[in-house]
Ligand binder design. Structure first.
Ligand SMILES: Nc1ncnc2c1ncn2[C@@H]1O[C@H](COP(=O)(O)OP(=O)(O)O)[C@@H](O)[C@H]1O
Ligand SMILES: [Mg+2]
Length: 401
């Protein structure tokens, strides 16, 4: 067995790690028994990879920076090698994430008979008793790197950023079309965790954004709850953490990871989550505003097609964008607190500029492409589609702001 090699996925503070909340599940449950997996792979490796010769070596590498314990194993017979990822997702009373990922990946890949440029990882097995999910390695690099721009390290053979963004949107549209499990959606606040504990954040936010902006954000936050109580917007199968960090971009396809929810959720939240990262990058001056607009337009067109965004969709997207920004800011706030004291003021200043700009742009409606006269037609058409799918009962009171 080769020595374990540390890898780093998202190490610095530069608005880099938008994809996941730290796990707070059953901590007794959060270790991976690497020896048991090696044993399993020794036994089943040739079955998983028929072209692998019977005598093969296995090396292990721990993936650092992931929310859950994740290991990469490489099975090599000297000529060919195959990567396997082992992940132990959190198990909550209401959601066994390992099982949810297993089912989501399997359902999705079974629903696509032809190669289409987007997929979920191929599942090898869910190891019974240990809740460890084994998937085949999807080759490529993270979409985070591509979005960050030309200076970021990029997999030499991956497609360009906008193609990857478009395919990600198409993956999302196809995933949202899958029937959800029959369970009831959870409470609003389950879907938007930061709505719960935001009081402390409010003060902090007011400190960096100014009282007025913080107050108008507060207003919007409550409008999100109102909108959810009225069950507006499509609710169905959703990803729940659809950030660029969960998209692996290969030569001719993208692979979307980490789809850990089974109960129905707010689908537009997935779109908002995806757009948050490039938006913050552009407000931090790491990406140009034009670069962000291209990504947003490509993503929305990939998801909705050519139609303009309907008013309702825009409003909900704005609300969910605020939630995503909130979530991302909270993560960065925690990260700043771990920095050495002398650097903290500079980091806060950076957060203030980046997030202040991002919140303002969402509130002003400039983070999304503009509407046109066709929007009402698009709205009607989409309402018809949603009614047809039995997904939505649109009753949105536009938020006053
Ligand atoms: N099948 C896979 N193919 C390629 N990379 C993977 C695969 N599974 C996991 N990874 C890598 O491990 C990281 C963490 O996995 P992920 O499923 O996103 O877990 P977490 O819930 O901890 O974010 C991913 O960002 C990706 O870099
Ligand atoms: Mg992830």
């Amino acid at each position: 067995m080769a020595a374990s090699i540390a890898t780093s996925r998202a190490t610095d503070l530069s608005f880099i790690a938008p994809s996941s909340e730290p796990a707070s599940g059953d901590s007794s449950n959060d270790q991976i028994n690497a020896a048991a997996i090696v044993e399993h792979l020794r036994k089943h490796g040739s079955q998983y990879f028929p072209s692998l010769k019977p005598r093969f070596s296995i090396s292990i590498e721990r993936i650092r920076g992931s929310t859950n314990p994740v290991f990469r194993f490489v099975l090599s017979d000297g000529k060919k090698s195959f990567g396997v990822f082992a992940k132990r997702p959190a198990v909550y009373p209401e959601n066994n994430e390992a099982l949810s990922e297993y089912q989501n990946y399997t359902d999705f890949n079974l629903s696509r008979s032809e190669p289409c440029g987007f997929q979920c990882p191929q599942v090898l097995t869910l190891m019974s008793g240990s809740e460890v999910l084994l998937t085949e390695e999807a080759e490529g690099s993270s979409l985070l790197k591509l979005i960050r721009g030309p200076s970021a390290v990029r997999h030499p053979r991956s497609m360009d950023c906008l193609t990857a963004v478009e395919l990600s949107a198409k993956w999302l549209a196809a995933f949202h079309q899958l029937a959800a499990s029959t369970e009831e959606p959870g409470e609003v606040t389950d879907h938007i965790p930061l709505l719960n504990g935001a009081r402390e954040l409010d003060d902090w936010l007011a400190g960096i954004l100014g009282r007025e902006l913080a107050q108008s954000l507060n207003h919007w936050r409550h409008s999100v709850i109102g909108i959810w109580r009225n069950s507006a917007g499509p609710i169905g199968r959703w990803h729940g953490d659809f950030g660029a960090g969960n998209v692996v971009v290969g030569v001719d396809k993208v692979t979307v990871l980490d789809a850990a929810f089974r109960s129905p959720g707010p689908q537009l939240a997935d779109l908002a989550e995806f757009l948050t990262y490039p938006l913050v990058l552009s407000c931090a001056g790491i990406k140009s505003p034009a670069g962000y607009r291209k990504i947003a337009a490509t993503f929305l067109e990939g998801y909705f097609g050519k139609a303009e965004l309907a008013y309702v969709e825009r409003s909900l997207l704005q609300d969910f964008s605020l939630c995503s920004l909130w979530r991302s800011l909270e993560r960065h706030r925690r990260a700043v607190r771990t920095l050495p004291k002398p650097i903290r003021p500079f980091a806060f200043c950076y957060l203030k500029i980046a997030y202040g700009g991002a919140f303002r742009s969402v509130l002003a409606g400039t983070s999304l492409p503009t509407t046109s006269k066709d929007s009402e037609i698009a709205c009607v058409r989409r309402q018809q589609r949603q009614t047809h799918q039995g997904l939505a009962n649109l009753h949105v009171t536009p938020s006053a702001h």
